[in-house]
Design a protein around this ligand. Structure first.
Ligand code: BTN
Length: 265
């Protein structure tokens, strides 16, 4: 599977301190997971030109034309985070993406719990997976698919209307490595901020300012039950607050929010 490894000089960003580049892999999340089981250290990043079995949330697949977009996974060993504090790392990653891209790409927002949108289309998806050791967090793999340089013709018809790339949004191509490094630096800051003070610091501000769902009518399925109402803010535990038609607030910890008149994707 053509792995090449890059160890930058000591003193550079600890995330990506060990960067494994693959021409082709099933899923970068699976590859990083295996390296984690083998003892790889916090900060490992696995990036691939092509994924043959890219995975999304809820058993969906993640399609990305080879060589044009970013598909990568980061290994985190957040010793200070209890397992229930791990899911908001998807929001931390989304906030880091938004803050490192917003100078280049207009109209970015974060769709709870794990998507970056440009306008009404999905620009990036995040898949965070965790392994427990007893009651503690052993490691987390955060995988990101970011649509960078793909064009309209690169998508299958069903994705052409729901997905967008940075190229499509602004009409120019981007250097994948430069975007990756920018993201790692941004995520590094957000990650440490989150480990120190949870969703109270800079990450929360971004989530509040740039929420795709706030004020929209949504349905959220929680444990098989559908809750409909108006989305509010994201609270300090990373839960989406949904206000039903009686004004009752439902803090939703996990699930999939569908905007009225829109399919979840
Ligand atoms: C989603 O939107 O449902 C999440 C998509 C996550 C895709 C990325 S691409 C890199 C990493 N490897 C995978 O198999 N999935 C994630």
């Amino acid at each position: 599977m053509n792995a090449s490894e890059y160890f930058p000089p000591v003193g550079t960003n600890p995330l990506g301190g060990r960067l494994v580049r693959l021409e082709s892999v099933g899923s970068t999340n699976d590859y990083a997971w295996q390296l984690a089981l083998d003892g790889a250290e916090h900060g490992l990043v696995v990036v691939a030109d092509r994924q043959t079995g890219g995975r999304g949330r809820r058993g969906r697949s993640w399609l990305s034309p080879p060589g044009t977009n970013l598909a990568f996974s980061m290994l985190l060993r957040p010793t200070s985070l209890a397992p229930d504090a791990v899911p908001p790392l998807s929001l931390v990653a989304a906030a880091a993406l938004l803050s490192c891209l917003r100078e280049d790409v207009p109209d970015l927002s974060i769709k709870w719990p794990n998507d970056l949108y440009c306008g009404d289309r999905k620009l990036a998806g995040i898949l965070a997976e965790m392994r427990l050791k007893g009651r503690e967090t052993e490691f987390v793999v955060v995988g990101i698919g970011l649509n960078v340089n793909s064009g309209a013709d690169d998508w299958p018809p069903e994705l052409a209307v729901t997905a967008v790339s940075m190229f499509q949004a602004v009409g120019r191509k981007f250097d994948l490595d430069e975007i990756l490094q920018r993201f790692l630096s941004s995520f590094n800051d957000g990650y440490h901020d989150y480990c120190r003070q949870g969703l109270r610091g800079s990450v929360r501000r971004i989530l509040t300012e740039a929420s795709y769902l706030a004020g929209r009518r949504v349905s959220v399925v929680v444990n098989g039950r559908s809750i409909s109402g108006t989305a509010g803010d994201i609270d300090e535990q990373g839960r989406l607050l949904v206000y039903d038609d009686h004004g009752v607030c439902w803090p939703v910890a996990a699930g999939e929010a569908t905007v009225a008149n829109m399919e979840a994707f």
